[in-house]
Write a protein that binds this ligand. Structure first.
Ligand SMILES: Nc1nc2c(ncn2[C@@H]2O[C@H](COP(=O)(O)OP(=O)(O)O)[C@@H](O)[C@H]2O)c(=O)[nH]1
Ligand SMILES: [Mg+2]
Length: 271
């Protein structure tokens, strides 16, 4: 992480706000090298209401076992600060998130934060995102690379930056939304919004989950806010982005739009 992006310690919140039940849902597939650092950073935040739920798809590198060991360590004092949801096969980022977010809400989270396990997303912005949600009543707070103040890793080549920008403009343009980082994966959700969205009925298996979730939230009338973040390159290991995931992301905005148009016809329930 380059020095000028490091910020002061997480913004202090009123003590009452810091106790808000907030679950960070973190999907993992082969993140053994990254998970311990991530868990440590989250547990050190001045947010006593925060807990971590790792959703592991039976990673061959043993991430699931490491997650269990970490949970044992952080749950030592009889408080559940970390849980692990083990799934048997790798069936996509979207499905992993839907399962984890559903469980977090069932277990009593008032807010759920989505976060990658690879060090790309800044843990020190979480308090601020929660603060924005609590202060404004917004049900969705996007950690945004594309609002003023948002930045991308210096390690990203120009073509990668352009591709990311383009992917955002593509999805937002087709769906007619004004969210500037609709593809981003660092987002805070109220439990109320997650219940309304009906996670079980999502169409996305993979990364297009990010777009579908925000689109549904907007259609259901929830307010989406964006706060700037710095997006860092992954710390270790490899990206799980592949061609199948990319094709789904190209097709999904069209699919969502035509579904919305069909639902808008008389006699059909809008979705
Ligand atoms: N459980 C689970 N996690 C996944 C899957 N695909 C990706 N992830 C995790 O989702 C996060 C984002 O994936 P990553 O490979 O970093 O995507 P990128 O940032 O777009 O390159 C990481 O924490 C991955 O380990 C999956 O199929 N199942
Ligand atoms: Mg990543």
């Amino acid at each position: 992480m380059s020095v000028h992006h490091r910020t002061a310690p997480a913004t202090p919140l009123p003590a009452e706000w810091g106790r808000t039940p907030l679950t960070v849902v973190m999907p993992t597939y082969n993140e053994a090298q990254n998970l311990p650092t991530m868990a440590e950073a989250l547990m050190a935040l001045p947010l006593p209401g925060l807990s971590l739920l790792v959703v592991d798809d039976d990673s061959p590198d043993g991430t699931g076992t490491i997650a269990e060991q970490l949970a044992e360590k952080y749950n030592e004092l009889g408080r559940t600060r970390m849980g692990v949801l083990h799934r048997t096969t790798k069936d996509g980022l979207g499905r992993a998130y839907a399962a984890g977010m559903g469980r977090a809400v069932t277990e009593g989270a008032a807010y759920v934060l989505q976060m990658d396990a690879d060090g790309s997303h800044p843990a020190d912005r979480i308090a601020e995102m929660l603060g924005v949600a609590l202060a404004t009543g917004a049900d969705v707070v996007v950690g945004s690379r594309y609002v003023p103040g948002g930045t991308l890793s210096d390690a990203w080549a120009t073509h990668r930056k352009l591709l990311s920008r383009w992917a955002n403009a593509y999805a937002s343009g087709i769906l007619g939304t004004r969210v500037r980082d609709i593809t981003g994966g660092f987002n805070l959700w109220s439990a109320q919004a997650l219940r309304a969205i009906d996670l079980a009925s999502l169409d996305s298996a993979g990364y297009s989950f990010q777009v579908e979730m925000k689109y549904r939230a907007l259609r259901d009338g929830f307010t989406v806010m964006e706060v700037p973040i710095h997006f860092e390159d992954r710390a270790a290991g490899e990206s799980k982005m592949n061609l199948a995931v990319q094709l789904e992301s190209v097709a999904m905005p069209w699919r969502l739009r035509s579904k919305a148009l069909r639902a808008a016809k008389p006699g059909k329930r809008a979705r």
